[in-house]
Design a binder for this molecule. Structure first.
Ligand SMILES: N[C@@H](CCC(=O)N[C@@H](CS)C(=O)NCC(=O)O)C(=O)O
Length: 216
């Protein structure tokens, strides 16, 4: 059965491929699984029908054969477990790739999202200018450690995996991009992810939604 994911009807990112349906689309493209997209408005996302799928009233969601999932990481793990190409076959390597998925979502992305939230929601506060360097430093500490671990490797642990997919997705967030540039190996890591044909297909598909709304 073709899975259906949800995405913003009108994405605030204006076609930059930042909304979190993007990593799910990317994962589906990597494994060659066709999918359908149901676009939802901001008000629909907060209605009970959508909250049944996503308790926090957010996108993305994933529905397939009686299964409804939320949380990007869980959705991608599900996709990766059912198809080849996103997790290694060797059990230990697979466990390590899953550890990188968690690292992306629970160690790296939160500090980036915290900076993003400050930029969006706190920029009119008197203490904003004072707080921003503190948030930048929190991102920098994580990226410094990540950069040290990545070293000269193409990917975080051997072949490209769902861990890389989620880490590249976190580093693509605008709140991280200036700091990513301080670490040339991380900038190259992101560029390698974005150069993957599956990434490009996912990006184009998400961009098409933005373009259709803009031209309407
Ligand atoms: N932890 C969730 C976060 C989902 C999330 O933040 N979604 C954003 C779009 S990228 C959203 O729906 N924002 C609208 C809102 O929270 O009202 C995941 O990774 O799936």
């Amino acid at each position: 059965m073709t899975p259906t994911i949800t995405a913003f009807e009108q994405s605030p990112d204006r076609g930059r491929g930042l909304a979190r349906d993007m990593p799910v689309r990317w994962a589906l493209e990597e494994v060659g699984q066709p999918y359908a997209v149901r676009l939802v408005s901001f008000s629909e996302m907060k209605q009970p029908a959508h909250r049944t799928l996503q308790p926090f009233g957010q996108i993305p969601t994933y529905e397939e054969d009686g299964l409804a999932l939320f949380e990007t990481g869980a959705i991608i793990l599900h996709i990766a477990e059912r198809h080849g190409g996103l997790l290694p076959g060797d059990d230990n390597a697979r466990a390590r790739a899953i550890a990188w998925m968690f690292a992306a979502k629970s160690t790296v992305e939160p500090v980036i999202v915290e900076r993003e939230a400050a930029m969006l929601l706190e920029c009119d506060k008197g203490w904003y200018e004072e707080r921003l360097p503190i948030l930048d430093d929190r991102v920098r500490v994580r990226l410094r450690d990540l950069s040290a671990r990545l070293g000269d490797s193409d990917w975080l642990d051997g072949e490209f995996s769902a861990g890389d997919l989620l880490m590249v997705s976190a580093l693509r967030r605008p709140a991280a991009s200036a700091i990513v540039k301080e670490f040339p190996n991380l900038a190259a890591f992101v560029a390698r992810g974005e150069a993957r044909p599956a990434f490009k297909r996912a990006f184009d598909a998400q961009y098409a939604v933005f373009a259709a709304v803009s031209n309407a």
